[in-house]
Design a protein around this ligand. Structure first.
Ligand code: MN
Length: 512
């Protein structure tokens, strides 16, 4: 093992070691400033008040009307053997929303017609207590969220059989985990292949209606997640330097999320290849002259999310060429904040941004022709092949397990599933007060996509392929913040903006 002394000098030696490729062990040192003492009291929150869960279930019963609702909580998910599960355990968000409890192995049953609510689950036994410690009984957990009845897991079969024999509707949500698919097969005899189409559209629509508009207490949680997100991203900016691996920065970012909240809200993206949409951190070494893209978010202890992206120069200073592209993305990001408000379709905000981006790319000579026609043809998707944003809440892509067409669209606004790029829009519907959406424009130079469109001549009247060819080594830029729709406009979530104006980014990186 040997040390790169220049790295230790750059990073201000401490006692932190990390293994980079097995053939080239390097010792890297963590700057002392990286993790300030946590103000933990800001982040310790319990579940919401009992009344919140009671009121939510009352509203759900009214919206669904009749039948039996079965909300499956999640089970532990084995990683490489049954007792070594993915950590930390993540409860299903809809179960959390109505039943609040974070333990595995629970199911919530709401018999609407007879007004009976039951928390179904087994108490843990002494063998488990020895290993994991004592946890609340199912009875206590039910009481904490205002549920009157409990039942052991084996009675779930009886509950389903009785309802089916009486030809009553059983409302369940489309399952996304295989163990729950087996459970539904066992309980209701519906084959996993049919479970999605047999899932209750009434229940989906009712939950989407309720979870889309965030209440004051939920917004407080989202603000808390934003504070952790700020710490994650500023940590990435502090650690990013030539000679450090992507994985080192990504791992430290994850550690911040784990230290203050429950976990990351999705696997952290940290890469010099910003043009790869979900580029997870690799063992590649950060190089001067490149850009690093960091897309990362936190979940609070109560499972509310943040989702931000920043792109910054590895050496702390933008080149002229980087600045030209970055400034376009920056102005697209800021344009959203001017346009988004109740009554406006996010579809229209997306396309306003696409047109603005096209105008600016024309000024740089990367695009050409009539802007309206170029955007109608989908030419902008060469640079922005995804939507402007998505709903965010307890899930980073909120309720995406219900299918985006049921969450981000409605009867009035339908998705376009044909056009490349536009078919990736996750959110198009009219905005309402209390909605939380992400604002995440980007410009990417994807060599394989450039080659494909160039070879086929796709959109050749709108794209200057000769100039584009010289950008194949550029990478990609995205800037993302989370937007709360207010009564007459919108605002960013998070009191402190993670630096994104070029001067702010450069100053932050120079001084931290
Ligand atoms: Mn996002």
């Amino acid at each position: 093992m040997f040390k790169f002394n220049f790295i230790s000098k750059l990073l201000n030696i401490d006692n932190f070691k990390v293994n980079i490729p097995f053939y080239c062990k390097v010792t890297i040192f963590l700057p002392k400033k990286v993790l300030p003492l946590p103000k933990v009291y800001d982040f310790i929150t319990n579940m919401f008040n009992k009344q919140t869960y009671i009121e939510r279930r009352e509203e759900l019963k009214k919206l669904v009307g009749s039948g039996v609702i079965i909300l499956f909580g999640n089970n532990e998910s084995p990683c490489n053997f049954p007792n070594n599960s993915y950590y930390p355990f993540r409860q299903d968000s809809s179960f959390l929303y109505y039943f609040g409890q974070k333990r595995d192995g629970l199911v919530g049953v709401i018999d609407i017609d007879n007004n009976i609510e039951t928390l179904v689950g087994d108490d843990i036994e002494i063998e488990d207590i020895v290993w994991y410690g004592k946890v609340d009984s199912v009875h206590d957990m039910a009481e904490q969220v205002g549920v009157a009845n409990t039942a052991p897991m084996k009675t779930l079969k009886t509950i389903c059989n009785t309802a089916m024999a009486a030809k009553r509707k059983i409302h369940y949500l489309p399952p996304y985990r295989y163990d729950i698919k087996l459970q539904i097969f066992d309980l209701m005899g519906i084959h996993p292949n049919q479970q999605k189409e047999e899932a209750s559209m009434n229940l989906i629509q009712a939950i989407v209606k309720m979870r889309s508009s965030k209440t004051t207490e939920e917004i407080e949680e989202l603000e808390r997640a934003a504070v952790i997100g700020y710490k994650m991203h500023t940590t990435a900016m502090r650690l990013t330097k030539p000679g450090v691996t992507e994985k080192f920065v990504g791992g430290q970012v994850d550690g911040v999320a784990n230290s203050y909240g429950a976990m990351v809200s999705f696997p952290t993206i940290f890469s010099q290849h910003g043009e790869i949409m979900h580029g997870n951190p690799s063992m590649n070494i950060l190089e001067s002259g490149r850009l690093a893209l960091c897309d990362a978010g936190a979940e609070t202890i109560n499972h509310y999310c943040s989702d931000n992206t920043r792109t910054f120069p590895v050496n702390g200073k933008f080149s002229q060429r980087q600045l030209e592209i970055y400034s376009i993305v920056e102005s697209c990001h800021d344009l959203t904040l001017k346009l988004a408000k109740p009554g406006v379709k996010y579809w229209d905000v997306h396309f306003a941004v696409c047109k603005h981006m096209t105008d600016k790319l024309k000024e740089l000579g990367l695009m050409k022709g009539d802007t309206e026609e170029a955007v109608a043809a989908g030419a902008h998707a060469m640079f922005l092949p995804h939507g402007l944003g998505h709903m965010m809440g307890m899930d980073v892509h909120d309720m995406e397990n219900f299918d985006q067409i049921n969450v981000g669209f409605d009867e009035e606004t339908r998705p376009n599933l044909e056009q490349f790029g536009t078919n990736c829009l996750r959110m198009g519907r009219k905005l309402e007060e209390g909605f939380v959406v992400t604002d995440e424009p980007g410009i990417y130079f994807i060599p394989a996509l450039i080659d494909e469109w160039k070879a086929s001549g796709h959109c050749k009247e709108f794209i200057n392929f000769d100039k584009l060819e010289t950008y194949k080594d550029f990478g990609g830029i995205r800037i993302e913040d989370d937007v709360l729709i207010t009564k007459d406009g919108c605002r960013f979530i998070g009191k402190d903006r993670i630096p994104y104006h070029p001067k702010d980014v450069e100053n932050f990186m120079a001084n931290n």
